[in-house]
Design a protein around this ligand. Structure first.
Ligand code: ADP
Length: 258
């Protein structure tokens, strides 16, 4: 405890949680939070007990994705009690700070360090941490404070996103977090009228990068209006359209990481 107060790195497991993975991206807006939540819901659909920690302190999106708003309660120890929707437990900086308030915290990292170990998850098979984009203090703090089983990197197939995805992967390797693999998002768009497939951001950029970096390729999520709209409604595609092709794609990734 004293080590934490002095800010020294102490990597430890999270009480009651069997496996912890992070979902990370180099760039923002590539679909990281959408993947994190649909992955969590896909794993939950395999009858595992799943939680999601939204560590995207500057742009928390889990409250919206899971349609959760309430301010979390604390237990007698002062630990935060996660909110629950669709069978998944969730804790987000967004619950605490509100969706529209800019984060102007001093000691943000200290707060985060505490938050990581002061949530009453109960027994979980898997905790998915939605990281902020990039390679900043938050990612380092989490990597140094929590024993991560590994990280899933997500990228679109554009060069500009892939360059940052590489940087992200290198950072996690440097701090000894295993990389579970890389997911390609928004590569293919299928026209709903004529079924013609268009590769808006390029076709195989992520696959190519995974080969070059010797990382596992975990799968491909199409660019689809359903994914976007259902996310905005707070009813993610994996729970709302469990038999869809989109859901199948998220489940394929989930199978590979479990
Ligand atoms: P990040 O966490 O990387 O910033 P988000 O998950 O918030 O990105 O996604 C950014 C936007 O793209 C959101 O509006 C989301 O609904 C949309 N989006 C993500 N993945 C897809 C997809 N495969 N198809 C269509 N829209 C998507």
């Amino acid at each position: 405890e004293a080590r934490i107060r002095r800010g020294l790195p102490t990597k430890r497991p999270i009480h009651g949680v069997k496996h912890i993975i992070a979902v990370a991206s180099g760039k923002g807006g590539v679909g990281k939070s959408t993947l994190a939540i649909n992955l969590a819901l896909a794993v939950a659909s395999f009858r595992y007990r799943v939680g999601v920690l939204d560590a995207d302190v500057f742009g928390p999106s889990i409250p919206r994705l899971l349609n959760l708003k309430a301010e979390p309660q604390t237990n007698e120890k002062g630990d935060l009690i996660p909110l629950v929707n669709f069978g998944v437990k969730a804790m987000s900086m967004g619950f605490i700070i509100g969706e529209d308030s800019p984060v102007v915290w001093r000691g943000l990292m200290e707060t985060l360090q505490q938050l990581l170990h002061q949530i009453q998850w109960g027994e979980l098979d898997l905790l998915v941490i939605d990281m902020p984009p990039g390679t900043g203090d938050t990612q380092l703090t989490i990597s140094q404070q929590v024993v991560l089983d590994g990280v899933v990197i997500v990228s679109t197939p554009q060069d500009i996103a892939l360059i940052d995805a590489r940087k992200g992967a290198n950072m996690f390797t440097k701090v000894d977090v295993p990389i579970l693999g890389i997911v390609q998002n928004m590569s293919v768009f299928t026209c709903p009228n004529c079924q013609h497939k268009v590769h808006i951001f390029g076709q195989n950029g992520v696959l190519k990068t995974s080969k070059e970096m010797d990382l596992d390729y975990l799968g491909d999520i199409p660019l689809d209006a359903d994914i976007c709209e259902l996310s905005d409604f707070g009813t993610p595609v994996v729970v709302t359209k469990p038999d869809s092709f989109n859901t199948q794609c998220y489940k394929e990734v989930a199978k590979k990481i479990m």
